[in-house]
Every structure is written in C-alpha cells, then in structure tokens.
Write a protein that binds this ligand. Structure first.
Ligand code: IMP
Length: 199
C-alpha cells in the first residue's frame, strides 16, 4: 500500500522512510504527490498533533497519510519542551540554539532524566486510523557530543551505550529510537489490519 509521509522535516522523513520501507510500505513524500501542506500544530498532546498532520494530508491527497509528532520531555522541567520541542525558545532559534537554551534552563538541576517521545498517526480515507506511541529514555548530557541525527540528539545521552544519540550511526539510532519503537507498534497494528476502524 502507498502511504504519504505528512512531514516537511527532511531528517525525520529519511528516518521514517528507511524504517517503513523495510516493512514493505511504499512511502511517498508530499512533494511526490504535489501537496505542500504544513498544518498548524494546535494540539496540546503529541496524539492530537500527529492526528492533525496525518488527517490534513490524507484529506488533501485522498491517500493514507502517516505523521509523526515527537519531542523531548524533561522530567525536571515538568515534561517540557514536549510538544513545543520544535518551537522551544521561539522562532529565532535553530536546533543548536534550542538545545543550548535547554542546557541553560537545566543548570543547577540534579535530575537530568528525560525521554524522547514519538506518536505516529496513520489516517486512512474513510476515517480509520492507527495511532501508536514510542518512548526512548535517556539522560541530558552536560555538553553536546556527536554530529549525527538532528534536534536534541547531541545532548541526549544513552547510559547503556555510553554515547549520545548523535554519536550513533543512522542504523543504530533506527534500532532504539522512540520513532523506531512507535513504528514497530505501527507495524503490528498494520499487519493486524486494524486500520479500518476509527479510534
Ligand atoms: P515536530 O516536527 O513538531 O514533531 O517536532 C519534533 C521536534 O522534536 C524536532 O524538531 C526536534 O526538536 C525534536 N525531536 C523529535 N525527534 C527527535 C529525534 O529523533 N532527535 C532529536 N530531536 C528530536
């Protein structure tokens, strides 16, 4: 089955395409189908935002559409930046500016536990959907390390591997990431054929 990836984030698209194509899902980009949509993420949960993005692209194309809404939740900050991870600190900041701000906001805090969260929604024409969630626990590093990945990866330390997410190869990240876990759940639901009913 063909599925349109409802994302404009090039690095996220690469990760999702890699994992989904291994499942035998034929992945099209919004560009492939000539749809240039970036719906406003007005939800307050990852679930709401993933659904907003997937449904908008499904409605515009008439094809099944899959979206990831993801972010970093830091326990000492009450779950921030959470759904606002991409917008943390306002529009003037890039990825580096955002993790620098986060490290500043964490100064003096001893609990540095956090988790990456990915919620994947696949919306099907006719109102059915699959909605799944994956989480990857870690520790906020004191300083960045590594050049791989994107977003907060340079400061997301995985104690069991002794590396940050940005020090992993793409293949290694795709084995353990929140997005990989959500997509593994997605595969189970997809294979059950449970995508014909609304949730
Ligand atoms: P979204 O496009 O609204 O889902 O925003 C996701 C944001 O969360 C990204 O811009 C990153 O800041 C952060 N994020 C999500 N997944 C990852 C990841 O795998 N590594 C690092 N940062 C991530």
């Amino acid at each position: 089955m063909k599925v349109v990836l409802a994302s404009q984030n090039k690095k996220k698209i690469v990760e999702m395409r890699e994992i989904l194509s291994q499942m035998g899902v034929e992945v099209l980009s919004q560009r492939d189908v000539g749809v240039n949509l970036e719906p406003e993420e007005t939800g307050t949960t990852f679930e709401e935002n993933a659904r907003i993005k997937a449904r908008a692209v499904m409605e515009a194309t008439g094809l099944p559409a899959i979206a990831d809404d993801s972010g970093l939740m830091v326990d000492a900050l009450g779950g921030e930046p959470g759904v606002y991870s991409a917008r943390y600190g306002g529009p003037g900041l890039d990825d580096t500016g955002r993790w620098q701000l986060l490290l500043r906001n964490m100064m003096g805090k001893t609990d540095r536990t956090c988790q990456f969260v990915s919620v994947i929604c696949c919306a099907f024409p006719g109102a059915g959907e699959i909605l799944v969630r994956g989480e990857c626990p870690g520790i906020l590093a004191q300083a960045p390390q590594g050049e791989g990945g994107f977003g907060y990866d340079p400061i997301f330390y995985l104690p069991q591997l002794g590396k940050t997410m940005a020090q992993l190869t793409p293949e290694e990240k795709n084995q353990i990431s929140h997005r990989a876990k959500a997509l593994a759940e997605f595969q189970i639901e997809w294979e059950k054929g449970h995508h014909g009913t609304d949730q």
